[in-house]
Design a protein around this ligand. Structure first.
Ligand SMILES: [Zn+2]
Length: 320
């Protein structure tokens, strides 16, 4: 069965971010606040994907709170603003990116290579700021209406930071995509020897109303966990949100990368399905069956962009 493109309503308001264009870093759309005292450089980033407005909602809220770091530095960054500005309500998935996925270019071969795309140019522009960041929270959303996920990478330090943030319920430990590295995996963020760490929040479906408040709540908790703000920062906002629940951790065993022009899921998977039996056929990739590698296999973010070389779905194992 071929996955039909599902129309989700656009419930979320796209904030006007123009006031944040000229920051103070010399790089448009990035603003850094310096406490003047020693401490880590903490960043929250939004709009790595242009059609995921929840991150812009969260940064707009944080700017309006006039939050300032009590130690170290705090940066707010809007990444692919050109794609955000290209958003079209009649074709809302088209503006994920303009030329290529901004969240697959974070390796030297791309950043230092000869290729020129609008996303690579922007990545090269923000790269020096990114390289000075110690703790990153990158705000995203998903194609399907799934519970929010925190993607913590494949290092223990990412998982530990996700547990300190304590929100949302689901922590996903993964090493990303065969197609290219994500911002959250760049450089020190995924090196075991570096103290740097990064998290990627998937706050829900791209345009669901709940994604904005979830991104704000996770941002508040991230800023508290990194001790960038006073321990009671954002308390009034959090009191209005869902209470925290015990977290569950899923380790990604294998990303399924599309190999043929004819990849078809056997069911209309939406994500977070738990498949009880090892060896269950999930999809056909040409003539090759894609099967569950173990019992109680969790399907993470099945994609509707079933193109050769792209991730079709990621398979996970429940750890705790
Ligand atoms: Zn995204």
């Amino acid at each position: 069965m071929i996955i039909e493109s599902t129309a989700y309503p656009i419930e979320i308001d796209f904030p006007d971010i123009l006031p944040y264009k000229v920051g103070n870093t010399g790089v448009d759309w990035i603003t850094t606040f310096d406490s003047g005292t020693a401490g880590p450089h903490v960043m929250i980033s939004a709009l790595v994907h242009g059609n995921e407005p929840c991150g812009a909602v969260a940064l707009d809220w944080l700017f309006k709170q006039e939050v300032r770091p009590v130690r170290g530095k705090l940066s707010f960054a809007f990444m692919n603003v050109a794609a955000y500005n290209a958003f079209d309500r009649n074709d809302p998935t088209a503006s994920r990116y303009l030329d290529q996925d901004f969240n697959r270019v974070w390796q030297s071969a791309s950043l230092d290579g000869p290729e020129v795309t609008r996303e690579l140019e922007r990545a090269r522009e923000v790269r020096p700021v990114i390289e000075s960041v110690d703790y990153l929270l990158d705000l995203h959303s998903m194609q399907h209406k799934n519970p929010p996920l925190m993607l913590a990478g494949d290092q223990e330090k990412g998982r530990a930071l996700a547990k300190q943030v304590a929100d949302p319920e689901w922590i996903i430990c993964d090493s990303g995509h065969a197609e290219g590295k994500r911002l959250r995996d760049y450089d020190g963020f995924s090196e075991p020897s570096s103290p740097k760490a990064a998290l990627l929040l998937e706050a829900g479906q791209h345009w669901e109303a709940a994604a904005g408040p979830r991104a704000i709540a996770a941002s508040i908790r991230f800023l508290r966990a990194t001790e960038c703000v006073p321990a009671d920062f954002g308390e009034a906002f959090l009191e209005e949100q869902q209470p925290l629940v015990p977290q569950k951790t899923i380790e990604i065993v294998a990303p399924v990368t599309v190999q043929s022009e004819n990849f078809r899921f056997n069911e209309d998977y939406r994500g977070m399905e738990v498949i009880a039996k090892q060896g269950t056929v999930l999809a056909m990739d040409g003539d090759t069956p894609v099967v569950t590698p173990h019992d109680n296999c969790v399907l993470i973010m099945p994609s509707r962009r079933l193109q050769v070389g792209k991730t079709a779905v990621r398979l996970g194992k429940l750890l705790d």
